[in-house]
Design a binder for this molecule. Structure first.
Ligand code: ZN
Length: 128
């Protein structure tokens, strides 16, 4: 199953396929935001640009799924919610890619899981 992109997220997925880790930054008030949206939730400005940030954060929470929602994924699998180090207002979800379970508040780094030329996913592992 491939992610379904829309007007706002398509370019973000293209950047992930190039292994770029970025969030949107409002041109007016500087608010960082993720996931991608057409306008700033704080000041309503529609002008923004991509800002590369460190692919790092801390584990906010996680779930262990025992349901086979995704073809080719063996359950149980873990999905983590990560609060981004360079954009603390933003959280990102991704598969947990490590044998030991996540630790609440633990530092993590993103790894790009290459599916094919046009698609990579962002997974998370403990930071060294
Ligand atoms: Zn703004």
């Amino acid at each position: 199953m491939r992610p379904v992109t829309d007007r706002d997220s398509a370019e973000w997925w293209e950047r992930v396929a190039r292994h770029e880790f970025a969030v949107q930054e409002c041109d007016s008030c500087g608010t960082l935001r993720f996931p991608a949206r057409a306008y700033c939730h704080r000041c309503r400005t529609r002008r923004w640009h991509w800002r590369p940030i460190a692919p790092a954060g801390r584990v906010e929470s996680w779930i262990v799924s025992h349901q086979p929602f995704l073809a080719g994924v063996t359950e149980p699998y873990v999905v983590v919610m990560v609060r981004l180090a360079d954009a603390p207002e933003c959280v990102m979800y991704g598969n947990w890619d490590w044998p030991e379970p996540p630790v609440a508040g633990g530092p993590v780094r993103a790894v790009f899981a290459v599916v094919d030329e046009e698609l990579s996913l962002i997974n998370w592992r403990p930071a060294e």
